[in-house]
Structures are given as C-alpha cells and as structure tokens.
Design a protein. Structure first.
Length: 278
C-alpha cells in the first residue's frame, strides 16, 4: 500500500508561534495558564499540560502567573480587563491572521453609517465569537445559506471570513449576499488554510482513501474532511488509536492530510501505523 502525505499539512505559523510562546514561559518555571485550549487539538493540549501549561475556562480563577491568550483570540471586553490586571503577565498568542480580522471589523464598525458587517463562519467557534466582539453591535454571523435570510438591506454590507473557512463556501455566500445590497469583501481566509485545502483536494483525487488527522473540535480539520470525503472515501481521526485495519482492505494508495493544529508527532505515528499495514 502506497502512502502519500499532502504537500501542506500540520502546524501552521500561528499555532507554532502560540506553542513556542507558552513553552518558553513554562521553561522559566512560571505558572502558565491558557484561557481556553491554546489550539484545537486535545492530544497536543494534553502534552502541554505535562509541561505545566494548564487550561482554564474561567479567567477569574487566575490571580497570578502567566495567562496566554489562545490562537483563536478572546472577546474584546475580556481582553481589555485581563490586559489591565497588573498581577497577571499576559501573553497574546492570538494568530496574527485572526488579529487582522479583528482589526478590520473594529475599524469598519467605528462610524455611524447604515451598514452591516457579515462574518462568514461558525457561530459558536471561539474565533468568530471574539471577532463579533470587535464589531460594536453591527456584526451578523452567517454560517450557511439559510442564514442569509437574516441579512438586511443597508447602504453597504461588509463581508469578512473566519480564517479557516473554505474558499468555495465563502464565494457562494458572498454571491448570494451581493444580491441584497452593495457589498465590499475582505477575504480573510488565511493562506495556510487555502494551501491545506488545495493540497488535500489535489491528493484526494490521486488516492483510494484519505485519512484526515486533527481534533474533532477543529474547524479547519473538519473542512479538510468535508473536501476529501466529497472526492473519495475519507476518515477523520484524532490519533492512531482510531485507525481500523479493515479500512484498508483492497486499498492501493492512501493519502494523509492534517489540520493546522495537528502536531508532527501525531502525523508520524499515523504514517508508521499505516506502513505496518502495507
């Protein structure tokens, strides 16, 4: 059985940066906390916990030490409150591409024009929740085409995207919204997302089956799975323990791709396991 790995897979720049920031502070024997999971990969979060980098969901329980803001960003009011706390050392590990979306939305919402800001993304995703908080009450999240009915006709509609959305879905929704009002589009899908999706789509066309590795809570990994499963048989797994040998009966070629928060060590474990089936 031949094993192929997508040209772009695994950690992106923003995730690498966040992990390095957390680990660097932990090396100095500081108490290090992350406000929510630093990234959407349970196995990597567990590895960080072994290095005394602890996840907290309630920031009020942190009274000292280092608090790292996760890659997805945090709501503006909480960001400001924590940044003003002199007893806590704040490390902002928000992905720079996510920060760009926040800055765009903040600037667009700063006037009194008759306008709307549409965020194409998942309503309950922490990145989207944080971006909405920068919008001064002008944001509407559109998750799929059925949400377009909630878009109001205004002088202008600004459109941004969750950084890990699929380009195809983004384009389809923008096309529908443009029928309502004048639209100005800011394509804020990050390049790493685009590259991973393109590489996964290309590889899926060349193999009999695709293994998509990443957290089940990872939006970008879920979209990789959706892209691959539309082309060929595909399985979304978090780690090697979920692999079933029966998947590979009569399979000649298998492709591997991984989300932006999937560490290399998990990818290597999956590759080794598949090699053992060959």
């Amino acid at each position: 059985m031949k094993i192929k790995v997508a040209a772009s897979s695994g950690f992106c720049f923003g995730v690498k940066r966040a992990i390095e920031l957390a680990e660097e502070n932990a090396k100095n024997n500081k108490e290090v906390y992350t406000f929510g999971p630093l990234i959407h990969n349970p196995q990597e979060v567990a590895r960080l916990e072994q290095k005394n980098i602890k996840v907290v969901e309630d920031y009020s329980k942190v009274s000292s030490g280092v608090l790292v803001f996760r890659t997805h960003g945090i709501p503006l009011d909480i960001y400001n409150k924590l940044s003003e706390n002199k007893n806590i050392e704040v490390i902002d590990a928000t992905c720079p591409f996510v920060k760009r979306v926040q800055d765009i939305v903040k600037e667009l919402s700063s006037d009194d024009k008759n306008e709307q800001i549409i965020i194409i993304g998942e309503k309950k995703h922490p990145e989207v929740s944080a971006v909405v908080s920068y919008g001064n009450g002008k944001c509407l999240v559109v998750e799929d085409k059925k949400d377009i009915q909630n878009v109001k006709k205004t002088d202008i509609i600004y459109v941004v995207s969750q950084t890990t959305q699929s380009q195809k879905k983004f384009d389809e929704i923008v096309e529908e919204i443009s029928k309502i009002s004048k639209v100005k589009v800011f394509n804020t899908i990050c390049r790493a997302t685009f590259d991973r999706q393109s590489a996964a789509e290309k590889l899926a066309k060349e193999v009999d089956i695709m293994i998509v590795i990443g957290g089940k809570n990872s939006g970008n990994t879920t979209r990789l799975y959706q892209i691959c499963s539309a082309i060929t048989k595909a399985y979304h797994i978090e780690n090697v323990d979920e692999i079933e040998k029966s998947w590979f009966n009569n399979i000649n070629t298998v492709g591997i791709t991984a989300g932006a928060s999937t560490p290399d060590w998990i990818i290597e474990e999956v590759k080794k396991s598949l090699s053992d089936f060959s």
